[in-house]
Design a protein around this ligand. Structure first.
Ligand code: AQP
Length: 330
């Protein structure tokens, strides 16, 4: 069975973007793949987080993974810090990465340009930790939104360099980008990705938003003056984003969605989109309420830790042996 690995960084409440671009796909993949899904809590602290709030984001994330349909009996679901080998391999891989490579990361360049020097070293080096998160488990595929593709490419470069420098150690993973849902945009600024850490929550649908809030946010989504339902992200980014949301929620093609709504006025189309999002999220929210205070969360993480750490320990030992970090004879 081929292996797949991905993580989510719960640096805020999870969004519709996280669901359509990641979680929904993971649930399908677990039918066919040996799926590893982790909660990237170390990545959360690359930007300061209030400790109490972070704890609640992490707990909600585990509950939402399960509520969205990830099955702890099929998938390995774990917390990154429960497997400290990630941080250790991360440091080793940072010694096999060049400054120039990290300087080229678009996400770092964008953040550096907008944050006036207040960026942490951890944010700068996080792609090497991400490489460790991935390479530790030798996955065949890494499903990501298109914003993370560059980091998976860096991971491949680091793995190839390590394999050439020492000897074959890491499998070279392929990034897997979905056709729809790969980049859900903000409702209020549809040229920007919908992000959980957006300063304004007007453009972001959170997975735990109440139906009336969802309807309100969709009704006030930015559109255009074309008065036509077309999929044209360049000239009609707002409408195209709503079309993409419907396509991803209902597993339909963009063409099919456009054909259904082509004669709708914008107001009626937005109402239809809001209903589709509410219908998608209502069962997830109901399941979340059932499990948020149950023992299932802890049981899931214990089980995941056991399986992940068994693999991680062996991989780290192998890596350290190849580099010459160990003294004892094997
Ligand atoms: N808007 C999105 N559309 C499609 N996919 C998305 N993902 C995130 N936002 C969207 C995908 O969800 C997975 C987990 O992402 P993440 O939370 O680890 O990191 P991120 O991409 O940096 O998410 P945010 O919400 O934008 O976080 P902040 O605001 O903290 O920077 C990934 O597969 C991602 O592509």
């Amino acid at each position: 069975m081929k292996r797949m690995l991905s993580g989510i960084k719960p640096s805020g409440e999870l969004t519709l973007g996280n669901y359509l671009g990641a979680l929904k796909r993971f649930v399908t993949y677990q039918e066919e793949y040996d799926m590893f899904v982790f909660i990237a809590n170390l990545h959360c602290i690359t930007i300061y987080q209030d400790p109490t709030q972070l704890k609640s984001y992490l707990k909600n994330a585990v509950a939402l993974y399960l509520a969205c349909g990830l099955d702890p009996d099929r998938s390995t679901i774990f917390l990154q810090t429960d497997v400290p080998e990630h941080a250790q391999l991360g440091f080793i891989l940072s010694c096999n990465t060049y400054l120039g490579e990290l300087n080229r990361m678009t996400q770092y360049k964008d953040k550096a340009a907008s944050s006036e020097g207040a960026l942490s070293v951890g944010f700068y080096t996080y792609p090497t930790l991400m490489a460790a998160d991935i390479l530790m488990y030798d996955p065949d595929f890494v499903p990501v939104g298109d914003d993370q593709k560059q980091h998976v490419e860096l991971t491949r470069d680091i793995a190839e360099r390590f394999n050439n420098r020492y000897s074959p150690t890491f499998n070279i993973p392929e990034p897997l980008i979905a056709k729809t849902g790969a980049r859900i945009m903000s409702l209020s600024e549809p040229t920007k990705k919908m992000s959980k850490s957006d300063v304004s929550d007007k453009g972001v649908i959170y997975l735990l938003d109440e139906p009336n809030i969802i309807r309100k946010k969709v009704r006030s989504a930015t559109t255009d003056s074309c008065a036509a339902i077309n999929f044209d992200p360049q000239n009609q980014p707002g409408i195209s984003n709503l079309i993409q949301i419907v396509a991803a929620c209902q597993d339909r093609s963009i063409e099919d969605v456009v054909a259904t709504y082509k004669d709708y006025q914008y107001g009626a189309f937005k109402d239809a989109v809001a209903t589709i999002i509410i219908d998608t999220l209502t069962p997830i929210q109901a399941r979340y309420k059932e499990i948020i205070n149950s023992e299932l969360l802890e049981q899931t993480l214990m089980k995941g830790k056991e399986k992940a750490q068994h693999i991680a320990r062996r991989k780290l030992e192998k890596v350290q042996r190849k580099i010459g970090l160990e003294i004892k004879k094997k």
